[in-house]
Design a protein around this ligand. Structure first.
Ligand SMILES: [Zn+2]
Length: 459
């Protein structure tokens, strides 16, 4: 059995560049995900005060979503000038400020805003117990996601900038890759005029600057247009913090040098998978059955651009859907139909007898293995009459891993897929069939499938 250790580095600025980035990092902030053979553990969040200093980029950040009138004015000023910004929200304020939440979501839909965490209730974190830290850190984004359903980013800003190694460690274990401080502070909360706020930011601007301001401050909105127009005229580009930290990488949360990272980049470039946005792929996130049907259909070359509207829907829960202009949408209907017609996916009878596909359910590892086995058999000619063993130049021994935890109905499929090196098991002859497949695992398996030579054209 072929085995590899896959790492997904969620927290790493390129370590080679640290010296030039002037980025302070709390140790090696790598979230090593041993996707195939080991436990998951998180490193401390990387502490950053500024971004890389090579490019003429500036990130404006805004804390304290507590006061509706100034917050709305600032958010609208940013939207008016189309300024990307990173907003760090306090969880306990979210429920009482629906107008702020709505304005933030509007800016997110315009591709401007991202939302990071500013704790549940804004205490000084240094000195809190570890369990109190764990309750505080992440409380902002949890509340925001609950209120809006919008995605948030794994960036944490400690209240008052009060932090130490323990705060960074808990932030890391709560899923935050970066602890974001700042290196330009106009002290807008102190009540100075808009022009004094603007002139501070303009005179302290530099490549890679992270500017801290506040949605609760009275005169910040009035400073935005001056800051933005002046610095844009000087050649600066405004970006959110994630974009600034990402630098030249494809995604901030993917280590491009790992096997999984290489596979993700390949599938994204081929148009077979995509990130959530320009900064995040979500390699360790679950993936749904409909999403995998789409990837499989594209990887297998079974997708046709025209949505076939003529056929009756095979599954009651995957009907043909249309956009507001009445055009048929390919996803998920067309992909699921194509994958189903090719025998790659299957549904089951629902409670009322009609076939259902359960498109939004997270796909399990055994379901992914079955799809891959069908692709290998039907499209590349593996798996019949002992061809799998013959077709394994790198394993040689022909010894198939026997997974004690795989159900009998899927044993041949899992064996074939493991034997071909498309998926691997864990230590102790475990395949963990009921565990959800991760987006990175799907990318890796599909990339390996693409590299699998065809024994014959399908039957
Ligand atoms: Zn604050």
């Amino acid at each position: 059995m072929r085995r590899a250790t896959i790492t997904v580095r969620a927290g790493g600025l390129s370590l080679r560049r640290v010296a030039t980035y002037t980025v302070t990092m709390a140790l090696l902030a790598s979230l090593w995900l041993w996707l195939l053979s080991g436990p998951v553990w998180a490193a401390s969040a990387s502490v950053v005060y500024r971004g890389p200093t090579e490019a003429k980029l500036i990130a404006l950040t805004f804390d304290d979503n507590t006061t509706v009138t100034p917050a709305l004015a600032t958010l609208r000023a940013l939207e008016k000038d189309k300024v990307p910004a990173t907003l760090f929200v306090i969880g306990s304020a979210v429920a009482g400020t629906p107008a702020i939440n709505a304005e933030i979501v509007k800016g997110m839909s315009e591709g401007l805003f991202e939302v990071g965490d500013h704790s549940w209730s804004h205490p000084v974190l240094k000195g809190l117990s570890s369990s109190a830290l764990a309750r505080q850190i992440g409380g902002g984004v949890d509340a925001f996601r609950q209120a809006t359903g919008a995605r948030t980013v794994p960036l944490f800003r400690p209240p008052y900038g009060s932090t130490d190694a323990r705060v960074a460690a808990v932030a890391g274990s709560e899923g935050f890759s970066y602890l974001v401080l700042w290196d330009v502070d106009p002290r807008d909360w102190a009540g100075g005029s808009a022009s004094s706020i603007a002139s501070h930011v303009i005179s302290h601007a530099h490549k890679g600057a992270i500017v801290v301001m506040h949605l609760s401050a009275q005169h910040t909105a009035g400073a935005i247009h001056t800051i933005v127009s002046t610095l844009r005229a000087r050649g600066y580009e405004f970006v959110n913090v994630s974009t600034m930290l990402k630098g030249e990488r494809l995604f901030l949360d993917v280590d491009g040098g790992s096997q999984a990272g290489t596979a993700i980049a390949r599938l994204v470039r081929l148009g077979f998978m995509s990130g959530y946005d320009g900064n995040y792929f979500g390699p360790a996130d679950a993936i749904t059955r409909a999403q995998v049907a789409k990837v499989a259909t594209l990887v297998a070359g079974l997708h046709t651009p025209q949505v076939d509207e003529g056929r009756p829907a095979s599954y009651a829960d995957v009907p043909l859907r249309r956009n507001s202009a009445g055009q048929a949408l390919a996803y998920p209907y067309d992909f699921v139909e194509e994958a189903s017609a090719a025998g790659l996916v299957a549904g089951a009878p629902g409670p009322d007898g009609a076939m259902v596909f359960r498109p939004n359910e997270a796909i399990t590892r055994v379901q992914l293995a079955q799809i891959l086995a069908r692709m290998a058999r039907q499209l590349k000619g593996y798996g019949s009459e002992g061809t799998a063993a013959q077709a394994l130049p790198e394993t040689g021994s022909g010894a198939q891993p026997a997974f004690a935890d795989v159900p009998a109905y899927a044993a041949a499929d899992v064996s074939l897929v493991a034997g071909l090196g498309l998926m691997s098991g864990y230590a102790g002859a475990e395949f963990r069939p009921w565990q959800g497949a991760l987006r990175a695992q799907v990318a890796l398996a599909m990339s390996r499938y693409l590299d699998l030579p065809a024994l014959s054209r399908g039957n």
